[in-house]
Design a protein around this ligand. Structure first.
Ligand code: HEC
Ligand code: HEC
Length: 277
């Protein structure tokens, strides 16, 4: 090669190198910074973790929130039905309960326990034991929910018991459980008798009034449709796993999507809310 043509080639070599380096830098920025941060934002993953995950320094995908990151491994629930807790739920400090409920909970769950928004479950008609257990689980992380975790952070066991008792006793009589609106025989049978061949127990064996299920069994009658369906799906996917002995996860994984919708409709339709004193 002549000296002249070498001199002619040099600027091209430099340009080519610059272009290659620029492509590598842009690709790295796109792949390790821009895309992970943008995708991570919509999945609720912060920018730093998203970049670390994209670089392989942290486990998990930058585009997917780890569904159970806020949830503990088993044992799932740390609630203990001690004599003190039970006594407090039966004999709460009423003033304390109603003040805390009005100041902290009313904006989302309604002053009278009837929530104004489908995203928030009703408290009206719910049992004190069920409310207390859920608050306890939100607090120790057995049930993951960012909103409720921050709400209960500041509350101790006695305050949680007072609030639970407040909603339960204050709204007693809010439900009229004699008004089911679904007559779909398949759903009524699943609720009342279960489906033995599929290993599905009757919902009513635990969730009915005086059914003798576990003490923390929540009342489903009159609860919001959206909330009931969302909880059944969360149990089925294992995103909610604070149910002791997997009771609800085992059941929810066997339900079809349309059964979940119809069961939610069935329970949401029972017990229309009456005027609450
Ligand atoms: C900013 C809104 C907000 C506030 C304030 C709030 N909650 Fe909630 N609460 C929610 C949401 C949203 C859920 C549903 C969580 C889920 O989907 O897992 C929830 C769920 C619950 C549950 C579970 C219900 C069930 O049937 O399992 C209980 C119990 C509860 N809240 C009680 C309370 C109490 C008591 C207070 C006041 C100390 C309170 N919440 C304050 C939004 C709120
Ligand atoms: C063996 C008793 C048992 C049976 C049978 C049962 N459940 Fe449950 N269910 C529970 C308990 C206990 C909880 C509370 C879980 C916890 O501790 O968080 C619960 C919670 C739920 C919740 C969440 C409610 C809330 O307020 O967060 C829904 C929805 C539900 N069950 C629906 C059903 C349906 C529908 C069936 C029938 C297909 C059914 N359950 C059968 C015991 C049972």
């Amino acid at each position: 090669m002549s000296v002249e043509s070498e001199a002619e080639d040099r600027p091209w070599q430099v340009r080519a190198s610059v272009i290659v380096v620029a492509i590598v830098v842009v690709a790295a920025l796109l792949g390790f910074v821009v895309l992970p941060v943008v995708q991570g934002r919509s999945a609720g993953v912060d920018a730093f973790s998203a970049i670390c995950r994209a670089l392989g320094l942290q486990a998990g995908s930058p585009a997917v929130r780890q569904p159970v990151s806020a949830t503990r491994a088993e044992p799932v629930s740390l609630v203990a039905w001690t004599e003190e807790v039970i006594a407090r739920l039966h004999n709460p400090n009423e003033e304390n309960g109603s003040d805390l409920a009005a100041n902290i909970c009313a904006s989302c769950h309604g002053a009278d326990g009837v929530s104004p928004d489908p995203a928030f479950p009703h408290m009206a008609g719910q049992s004190a034991f069920a409310i207390y257990k859920q608050l306890h689980d939100f607090k120790n992380g057995a049930r993951g929910n960012e909103i409720m975790a921050s709400v209960v952070e500041q509350l101790d066991d006695e305050q949680m018991a007072d609030i639970a008792a407040h909603f339960a006793y204050f709204t007693k009589g809010a439900l009229d459980p004699t008004t089911p609106v679904t007559n779909d025989p398949a759903i009524v049978r699943l609720v009342e008798r279960g489906i033995t061949a599929r290993g599905l127990p009757a919902c009513a064996s635990c969730h009915g009034a005086h059914a003798g299920g576990p003490i923390e069994t929540p009342t489903l009658a009159g609860q919001r449709h959206e909330y009931l369906a969302a909880q059944l799906r969360a149990f089925a996917k294992g995103e909610r796993r604070n149910d002791i002995y997997h009771r609800m996860r085992d059941i929810a994984t066997k339900l079809t999507d349309s059964e979940i919708e119809e069961l939610a409709a069935y329970y949401a339709g029972i017990g229309l809310y009456q005027r609450i004193k």
